[in-house]
Design a protein around this ligand. Sequence first.
Ligand code: SIN
Length: 494
Amino acid sequence: MTIDSARVSENERTLLARVPKGLFIAGEWRDAAGGATFGVEDPATGDLLAHVADASAADGATALEAARAAQPTWAATPPRERSDILDRAYHAVVERIEDFALVITLEMGKPLAESRGEVRYAADFLKWFSEQAVRIRGDYRVSPDGQSRLLTLRQPVGPSLLISPWNFPLAMITRKVAPALAAGCTAVLKPAEDTPLTCQLLAEVLSDAGLPPGVLSVLPTSDPAGLVGPMLADERLRKVSFTGSTAVGQNLLIGAAQNVLRTSMELGGNSAFLVFDDADLDAAVEGALLAKLRNGGESCVAANRILVQSGVADEFAERLADRISQVKVGRGTEPGTQLGPMINREQRDRVQLLVDDAVRGGATVVTGGSAPDSDGYFYEPTVITGVSASARITHEEVFGPVAPVYTFDHENEALRAANDTRFGLVSYAYTRDIGRALRVAEGLEAGMVGVNRGLVSNAAAPFGGVKQSGLGREGGFEGIDEYLSVKYVAIDKP
Ligand code: SIN
């Protein structure tokens, strides 16, 4: 397969020229303290899209001071005003859906239709948390012995560092920024170095929506450790929220221990996708396609291991391979593209290593299995069968368009295999038997379960994992609690 992608067009250059390139601190766009910048690439071609300011530890300290200074006033701002700002930002993002979608596609690679879907998903978090800002609850109770009154209230945790990933350059940001702002926390946001441009546009939208100076700073950087390390050691910071790999999350948790920070960690996954003999096979194949190829497989909720009961295993693998082999691969801006490039060379090469390792262990490539000839970082949509339990791909998050299919005989065996991982983010089950669906949903060691659905993500639902997939929840009623501390006031019997 050869992929000849179009280069950056005039139209795209015009939009990119309008994206702010500085650091956003204390309500202003400015150069990095040392004047440094770094380049952002189009993963479909390797072309340079833009340069943005490159924040250093000095900029981190300035942004943190702005967040500290703005914290008391922001916390005291009436919830309705915080809500209104988020609501205005929601409307602005929806109005600018085409700008946001194109910038996402240019820097991250996913097809434009998927980028539009991400913009709507991202906007939903702004809407949802604009609604939650005015619903922060407290409690007033009589103590069991009747001698006192137990008053509880929820207060903002304080300045929060939000570290977002490249795979959803907008939605993973609004999922953090919106609850932080709704709760009354000020924030410093560090976008992923591969995809800072979308975040720059969002900062502009939030500022135009009326966010007071200092409440949010945005610091793109090519040196995440150099920026984040000193911030974690700084007593002005009270919380860190991260979405990304378990390995990085573990390091952040160690850093966060210095000042005993509140933490939210949305880390890696190794999702099992179970298909039972009694499943609606058409729906299961479509669900697997969605759970595997949404976002090009570059998602922590992507189906990583597809486990199919022996009665339907061959037919399922054949049908999945047939559907996957028809997927159109190309630059995300090209009409009809269903699968864009992977984010960078390193990720693409890692996927190839995992496939090669599985094949050395006895797996068969049914379709795909290699990187097409191209200047970009494409990988063919792939199905492999006969993968051994000891293959690396069985235990590591593939984060790419590769679907390993395994076979099982009994429900217990499927559950054991599904849970045989250090991760526990999401799993999926396809069955028509309601009893089995509930048994399996209860038995899966995961923070989320999709039943006859290949997609669980929803701004109104609590997203998060168990085991090494993380701590805390984002979205839903729970998402705002991550940015609130409970205070208890003991009152003598009136
Ligand atoms: C992720 O991949 O980190 C999140 C995916 C989602 O919210 O659907």
